[in-house]
Design a protein around this ligand. Structure first.
Ligand code: GMT
Length: 379
């Protein structure tokens, strides 16, 4: 198959999923064409059958201050679809990508180029619900030849928020469990290790991730258990988080490492993962931690309970309840057997339900159904 993929190329979860999907499809023999304004960040090495087409928005005084990226994207999608004979345009994050791809279909007058839209989270729960974007998000969903959502919870939110009866297929996010696995002692020397426990957080540091809660929990843990905290990623709340560490006297134990490419090596040496988000349609970072045998403490919100099993692969607590999160963190870090049991349970779940080799073929089935004109998903 020849597949065009459009996503946000930054470190957000949807871009990560889109990139890993493209790489996995190429390994299965498909030709994959990424179409976006920049090279997806996880596309950090050459892959046979993976191509990148950059969307450039021509500047023009009349376009200031709003250059029309959506139209430039549609033009590039149509161009690539025509010259590369694409079967499918698969867009990740509904807006504006689904709208651009629909325009590309129209530009080409094509009935053979199929549009698949994958809903990831804030495209539905925040941005899509905003009155200024709701009608166009609903339109993008309804004109798609197939729609997928990364969790059952997100599917239900979509149906409810948009009052749509569009059929939606739930395909969970996935992880390469060969790559994300225990690295243990090989990487524990990181950050001047002298035997302390390693606590980890990965996110785009947006308010929804509640990074101050991460540090509130760690500050309590560090009083009782010798430990270090690694904050991976970057975003708007990073400065506030760094200032909080200085103010609380934990700055020498908290390492802000930015968007590192070798995430799996740090995660694979961690003892505990914290994800205290306000809302999370899935929780990709939690899944990657589970694959690395790292117990997860997160919130019982959105699609997280579909990923982390409370009491088995970690603990789920109410949003903002940093006292209980810290108590659970201390319980896990203070009990080697519990830590290992939860870590092993997390990896078993990652392999059984979310391994790349199980999940990616489900996207290919969606493409095949759309190409054959068959319905995708259920109502
Ligand atoms: O909203 C974000 O934090 C980023 C967003 C994205 O689209 O990049 O993440 C969403 O998609 C991820 C991949 O499917 C999910 O793992 C995240 O749970 C989801 N984020 C939220 O729902 C807040």
């Amino acid at each position: 198959m020849k597949i065009g993929i459009t996503c946000y190329p930054t470190f957000g979860g949807s871009g990560v999923v889109a990139t890993e999907l493209g790489i996995a499809l190429a390994r299965l023999g498909d030709d994959v064409h990424f179409i976006s304004y920049a090279m997806p960040s996880r596309l950090d090495m050459f892959h046979e059958r993976v191509h990148f087409h950059e969307v450039t928005v021509t500047s023009y005084p009349l376009f200031d201050p709003y250059p029309p990226y959506t139209l430039a994207l549609a033009t590039k999608q149509a161009e690539v679809a025509a010259y590369e004979q694409l079967d499918v345009l698969h867009v990740h994050y509904a807006i504006p990508h689904a709208i651009s791809a629909h325009l590309a279909q129209q530009i080409l007058h094509s009935s053979t180029l199929k549009l698949i839209t994958t809903l990831h989270g804030t495209d539905i729960t925040l941005v899509g619900r905003d009155a200024s974007y709701l009608p166009i998000t609903k339109f993008g969903i309804e004109v798609s030849d197939g729609v997928t959502a990364v969790s059952q919870w997100l599917k239900e939110q979509t149906v409810e928020n948009f009052s749509t009866d569009k059929a939606i297929e739930v395909i969970p996010n996935f992880v390469d469990t060969q790559r994300f696995r225990r690295h243990g002692e090989a990487f524990q020397h990181l950050f001047g290790w002298t035997g302390e426990k390693l606590v980890c957080h990965v996110s785009n540091f947006r308010p929804v991730k509640r990074v101050i809660d991460v540090l509130e929990v760690f500050a309590r843990v560090a009083r009782v258990i010798p430990s270090r905290m690694v904050m991976i990623g970057d975003g708007p709340d990073r400065s506030r988080a760094e200032a909080f560490c200085r103010q609380e006297g934990i700055a020498s134990r908290v390492f802000f490492v930015g968007n590192v490419p070798n995430l799996e090596e740090i995660l694979g040496a961690a003892d505990l993962f914290l994800l205290p988000s306000e809302s999370e349609s899935f929780g990709m970072a939690a899944l990657e931690a589970m694959a690395c045998e790292v117990p997860v403490i997160s919130t019982s919100t959105g699609g997280v309970p579909e990923v982390v099993t409370d009491g088995e692969s970690g603990f789920l607590l109410p949003v903002g309840d940093v006292e209980s999160m810290a108590a659970r963190a201390i319980e896990i870090l203070g009990d080697e057997r519990l830590q290992r049991r939860m870590g092993a349970a997390g990896r078993a779940i990652a392999i059984e339900k979310f391994d790349v080799v199980r999940v990616v073929p489900r996207y290919r089935e969606v493409y095949e159904r759309a190409i054959a004109g068959q319905p995708v998903g259920t109502k």
